[in-house]
Design a protein around this ligand. Structure first.
Ligand SMILES: Cc1cc2nc3c(=O)[nH]c(=O)nc-3n(C[C@H](O)[C@H](O)[C@H](O)COP(=O)(O)OP(=O)(O)OC[C@H]3O[C@@H](n4cnc5c(N)ncnc54)[C@H](O)[C@@H]3O)c2cc1C
Length: 477
């Protein structure tokens, strides 16, 4: 007999959107439950969703391990450090990654206990409505029925497969498979040069795989500033990451020990490539399976995203949806901010998410990060702007680090000098971009950033110099 419990808020999905929403709702004094169905190999709950289990966290763990390996192999000699017999134990690297993931899973469970969020391990589905309360069924080892006035759908996304080519995670890998390859493939194919494709391609390239990335679009990183994309293409080529643009995939044939990809290149010529494994990273689709969304008439758009307004309200009363399952960038921090905002709205507060200042990061080496508009976007919009760039090759700290590739670039309104975008390719771009986000949130001008004291010697001085460059008055170039 399933027990029934009443809450103010039930959150379905315990990824970064859902678990953060649940914590914030509980902090605001709302009786909150979160249901999540992710399960570890040992049968235990694994809170944190895609991000923690097969996304942000494990990918960064592998990127760090392989960056260390690459630096030890190629970057240490100039410091006078000679290493002989350098080797990589892939098993240990994967075990480290798994331990980091488990620590994060357990950390979220601890946060739930600390904030008194009731956690239910299993699948959550709409079961009906009783007065103004929604009934939610929990299907799992301990079935339950929950009731709540407010429901937050945070069921995330799933990898998109190539039509007719199912993921088997042996030869044809999704993100989970790409993060768990047990040994370094000799020939690795990657379809899709987006964030995931470039990050995963980098991981296995650094370990010695011959990596070929096949991308349908005619340009690399179309959403990034094109100066950044151009620099990235140059640096990736130097690292041996072969990126083929403008391809059309004709056929993928999965063999016992390899995968054959037939494609047409940008010149219309037919090509064939054979790989030991193939990562397919062509985007993700919203995940609503198992939610019984139709039973209650939860509206989705033609692509399967739950339809929401600017405040994440769905077509159903007091039912909200956040994160990857709704429109907007599929990023963990976007999901989190939507979660916080929705919890605050439920508690009667005014909340706001500024979609113009959501930072993007690609954790290749060097890293790529940006916030706001690119030059090409501003041109299209007919906005008059000025730019300022500063290369890391002229930054003292970057020289000391031995990381002189890349630059920082600002775009600012020509009339008001208000910062419209910041673009970085270089060491620790992921950390440096926070200054641009902060500046934009506060409506800063490039002169504001240029007049702020930046510690010396730091990479952030390149940010200050790029801001100075908008007014053509760099000091160190
Ligand atoms: C390889 C990779 C690397 C990435 N790296 C980054 C990065 O560096 N930075 C970044 O910002 N983003 C990154 N992302 C994207 C990020 O992972 C997602 O944007 C983020 O996880 C979305 O959060 P979410 O809460 O909306 O959904 P999810 O994280 O997908 O969580 C949804 C949860 O809901 C559960 N669920 C679904 N349906 C039900 C149901 N009916 N009942 C119960 N539970 C259910 C799912 O099992 C899952 O646990 C990466 C993604 C991938 C694939």
């Amino acid at each position: 007999m399933a027990d029934s419990q009443a809450f103010d808020v039930v959150v379905i999905g315990g990824g970064p959107g859902g678990y953060v929403a649940a914590i914030r709702a509980a902090q605001l004094g709302l009786a909150t439950a979160c249901i999540d169905d992710w399960t570890r190999d040992d049968g235990k709950a694994a809170l944190g969703g895609t991000c923690t289990n097969v996304g942000c966290i494990p990918s960064k763990a592998l990127l760090q391990s392989t960056e260390n390996y690459a630096h030890a192999g190629h970057g240490f000699a100039e410091h006078g450090i000679e290493i002989s017999g350098l080797s990589m134990d892939v098993g240990r690297m994967l075990a480290r990654k798994a331990a980091i993931v488990a620590r994060n899973n357990d950390g979220i469970a601890y946060l739930f206990r600390k904030n008194e969020v009731a956690f239910f391990h299993g699948r959550g589905a709409f079961a009906g409505r009783d007065g103004d309360a929604w009934q939610i069924r929990v299907e799992g080892a301990k079935p339950a029925t929950l009731t709540a006035r407010n429901v937050i759908v945070a069921t995330g996304s799933a990898p998109r497969a190539l039509p007719g080519v199912a993921f088997d995670n042996v030869r044809v890998l999704d993100n989970a498979g790409a993060l768990a390859i047990p040994d370094v493939p000799k020939r690795l194919g990657v379809i899709g040069a987006g964030v995931v494709g470039l990050e995963m391609g980098s991981v296995w390239r650094r370990l010695g795989a011959d990596v070929v990335v096949l991308e349908a679009l005619p340009v690399l990183l179309g959403a990034a500033d094109q100066a950044v994309a151009k620099e990235a293409a140059k640096l990736f080529a130097k690292q041996g990451l072969a990126i083929v643009l403008g391809v059309h995939i004709d056929k993928v044939t999965v063999g016992r020990s390899d995968v054959t990809v037939d494609y047409t290149d940008r010149d219309g010529a037919r090509q064939t490539a054979k790989f030991d494994r193939l990562i397919v990273s062509i985007g993700r689709v919203p995940h609503t399976a198992g939610l019984d969304a139709d039973a209650v008439g939860l509206k989705r758009d033609a692509r399967g995203f739950v339809e929401v307004d600017d405040e994440c309200r769905t077509n159903l009363p007091n039912v909200y949806a956040i994160g990857d399952v709704v429109r907007g960038p599929m990023l963990a921090h976007k999901a989190e901010e939507e979660g916080v905002a929705v919890a605050e709205r439920i508690a009667g507060q005014q909340a706001h998410v500024d979609f113009n200042t959501i930072p993007w990061v690609i954790y290749t080496w060097p890293e790529i990060a940006w916030v706001g508009k690119t030059e090409q976007q501003l041109k299209q919009e007919g906005v008059d702007y000025r730019t300022g760039s500063f290369p890391y090759s002229a930054n003292g700290r970057a020289r000391a680090l031995g990381e002189t590739s890349g630059f920082v670039k600002f775009v600012a309104d020509a009339a008001t000098d208000r910062i419209l975008g910041m673009h970085v390719i270089g060491p620790w771009a992921s950390e440096l971009i926070a200054e641009g986000v902060m500046a934009m949130e506060f409506g800063a001008s490039s002169e504001d950033v240029a007049r702020i004291v930046h510690a010396h010697p730091t990479l952030s001085e390149a940010t200050k110099e790029a801001a100075l460059a908008v007014d053509k008055r760099t000091l160190n170039l």
